[in-house]
Design a binder for this molecule. Sequence first.
Ligand SMILES: [Zn+2]
Length: 349
Amino acid sequence: MSFAANNLKSPRRHRHRGGHEAQDGVIHSVTANAALWPDFSLFSPTVPEDAQTSALAGNTASPKMLLVNAHPDDESEGAALVYRITHELGGTVDQVVVTNGEGGNHYSALAEAYYRLPLGAETAGRRKLLGQIRREELMRSSRILGIRHNYFLDQEDTGTTLNPAEAFNAWDIDRVRREIRMLLQFEKYHLVLLLLPTADTHGHHQSVAAITLEALADLEPEERPAAVGVRTAPALTGDPGRFSGLDGYPMTRTTSAEPVWSFDRATPLNCHPRLDYSIVVNWVISEHKSQGLFQMEFGRRTHEHFWLFEAGGKAGEARWRELLRMLERHEASCQDTAHRQAKRQRVKH
Ligand SMILES: [Zn+2]
């Protein structure tokens, strides 16, 4: 399975630049590099030459992935993988964010001082303000991760719950499903990354996974991307747990109860022996300053564990395997480079 086979040209409707909105006003998209720093081009990610070669080896295009998340800050869960795709494999990552996270005001006391804004109060004005701040935080985080476009669906953040039904009552579910399906059809992503919809996670995460997997199942079987769920494990146990699917939502069934792949964030970053991916994750966390409790997550979660959903079918499984091969090839090219450098140093002495 080649990624190139699923990489058709996008229609005009979804190609936005610099914060422009769609002509028909349905999806609001903002590019990650819009107006945050004076000259983004000075800082844009550069893919090492050997990584480009690796990503294109075997006549495959670079990977293209869609994140679908309920809240700004959910992107942190698979942050190391996203970073590797954008910065090492030269891939493209877009993100749908269903709510603006305006319900997350319980630990915003420190952020009130930082932003000099009343973010904690229970008023309609505060909710709007916090939603705007959280979108801005997401844009900053997206810049770190190299995310190309964010699509904001502006559904209500009803606050913390374990019940997926809350979102089904509060959101325009048909519209959310339709927007996700259109993006999948037009952009032809190879992979879709969701938060793993376990019963103990936020109900909104469960709802978003169920809606996205339904939209994905509407695609022709050979066009389906790999549908992947991520969950991080705390450093204390490192235990990924097991997950086969969410009761009552058959679309969330996974191909195995154990994760199909795990990534240690303490792996040396881009072949650099003294830096690792936890730095990137900590940068992402630090951008979400309105989320006080989330700031306590620095360094707490060491592994990203991935499950494959059955909804992606055989085509999705093949695309997932292809991504893993690309990552392995990149690691091998790093080792070769390190070996060559070590050899050169030995010769010098
Ligand atoms: Zn969330």
